[in-house]
Design a protein around this ligand. Structure first.
Ligand SMILES: Nc1nc2c(ncn2[C@@H]2O[C@H](COP(=O)(O)OP(=O)(O)OP(=O)(O)O)[C@@H](O)[C@H]2O)c(=O)[nH]1
Ligand SMILES: [Mg+2]
Length: 435
């Protein structure tokens, strides 16, 4: 308990989210995320990046002088760890062997690093691609560790495209992770269809390499989704039906999670919007498995900006209908929370839907009663704005160094370059596809 200048007592309460990025996909996404959010705007977000591939870590995170790494490092909000240290892969990567990734994550040095990070946060989000060695082997180990530490945990994993020939390795890992923690599954199989709108010129589209396509997807679709996820988990509100405990209870109801989002470009005209159109956008969910919608057992809406009450209620009712379909044996609660202050003139709405089972169309009714009516909750400012006494601040991060760098890394470290202005990651998007 502490006392503000006005003499009001409150329990100091910060909600720190720890995002942990694994393997090549994790590293790429972490870099793109760091470009899109600044640590000063998200003081309660900590990042942990890990890979068995020391060369890649060195290229992406080795130069602490470049932006935005500099900002994240000086805010003590970034830890970079070479998975397995010298013991398992000597910094050479897992070579597509998930067993190597698992062994690396289970070394004392890596378990300790992951545990120390998890202990500094309230919620953990595990992010990476499946089908290779590192993410596939290490994410299940991290999920188990997070559970042992009793951390609220969510996984956010990318599945390879069918033609990559990695599905047989990715699918069992997904099941393993999903058994342990609620999971958002991202399907790279949707890239080709999604990218048509982004790069309408067919020739230019056909010229894209995997790396270029991934970077476009990461920057324009996946990172914004992760930021939304962080926002909805971090700013849960302070009223019944809409607080952090409700979020936790919701995630316990199933391990299939879908996150849909609709942006409002012309905020001043929001009152003229049609609920059906917004629901359509919300449930379009590119890259996700939309079977979750019809199998949802619980859903929650988070909205940013001054949303009209009528419209919000119409959206909530419409969503409920979409989720339940014609099945009279099911029931569902849809909660709304609304943070009415806009963020840089932006308004958006997001829905999280949780399902238990995708195969059973006649799932039993919810074990909890649906709310008698939809609760529209005006949420105060984000919790993180509560002043926190110095003694309550997050303990300083361990020194940020790439740990246990193997011989290969040392050899390439001196050559590692990040582009002429030092700000560019290794994948160059040619000018013709820049928006
Ligand atoms: N969307 C997206 N998908 C990616 C990206 N990088 C890799 N992937 C996907 O993720 C899968 C796993 O690849 P990586 O993350 O590179 O594998 P890894 O965990 O590093 O495994 P090893 O390199 O074998 O240790 C790939 O098969 C791709 O489908 C990325 O930047 N964006
Ligand atoms: Mg790799």
């Amino acid at each position: 308990m502490s006392t503000t200048e006005s003499g009001v007592d409150f329990n100091d309460y910060r909600h720190v989210i720890g995002m942990m990025f694994f393997g090549g996909a994790g590293s790429n996404i972490a870099r793109d995320l760091m470009d899109s959010i600044k640590p000063k705007d998200s003081p309660d977000l900590l990042l942990f990046v890990t890979n068995t591939d020391g060369k890649l870590l060195q290229e992406h995170f080795g130069d602490a002088n470049i932006s935005p790494l500099r900002e994240w490092l000086s805010a003590n909000a970034l830890t970079v760890h070479q998975l397995g240290g010298r013991e398992v892969t000597q910094g050479r990567g897992a070579g597509g062997e998930s067993e190597e990734g698992r062994k690396a994550a289970e070394t004392e040095v890596s378990k300790k690093a992951m545990k120390e990070f998890m202990e500094r946060v309230d919620k953990v989000i595990l992010i990476g691609g499946l089908g290779g060695g590192t993410g596939t082997g290490a994410i299940p180990v991290a999920a188990k560790l997070a559970k042992e530490l009793n951390k609220e945990t969510l996984a956010w994993v990318v599945m390879p495209e069918a033609e990559e020939g990695r599905a047989d390795k990715a699918a069992p890992a997904l099941e393993l992770i999903r058994e342990l923690v609620p999971t958002i599954k991202i399907q790279n199989d949707d890239i080709d269809e999604w990218i048509v709108d982004q790069i309408p010129d067919e020739q230019k589209r056909r010229a894209l390499t995997f790396k270029q396509a991934w970077q476009i997807v990461n920057q324009r679709a996946l990172v914004p989704l992760i930021v939304t996820l962080q926002d909805t988990l971090q700013n849960p509100g302070d009223v019944i039906n809409s607080d952090a405990a409700d979020d936790a209870a919701m995630m316990k109801m199933g391990h299939y999670v879908l996150l849909g989002k609709a942006d409002i470009d012309d905020a001043e005209k929001v009152a003229e919007k049609n609920a059906e159109e917004i629901i359509k956008k919300l449930l379009a969910c590119p890259f996700q498995d939309n079977r979750i919608i019809k199998r949802g057992v619980v859903a929650s809406i988070a909205a940013l900006g001054p949303w009209p009450k009528m419209l919000m209620k119409e959206i909530a009712r419409g969503l409920r209908k979409e989720i339940l379909g014609e099945n009279p044996t099911r029931n569902i609660g849809v909660n709304i929370r609304n943070r009415s202050k806009m963020d840089n003139g932006k308004m958006w709405i997001a829905v999280t839907i949780v399902a238990k089972d995708l195969n059973d169309p006649t799932q039993p009714a919810l074990p909890i009663p649906a709310p008698a009516q939809i609760a529209v909750v005006e949420v105060a400012k984000p919790l993180r704005r509560i002043p926190v006494p110095v003694s309550h601040r997050i303990p300083p991060a361990p020194p940020i160094v790439i740990q246990e760098v193997g011989p290969l890394v040392e050899a390439v470290a001196s050559k590692a370059s990040t582009g002429s202005n030092g700000d560019t990651p290794d994948i160059e998007i040619p000018n013709f596809i820049r928006k």
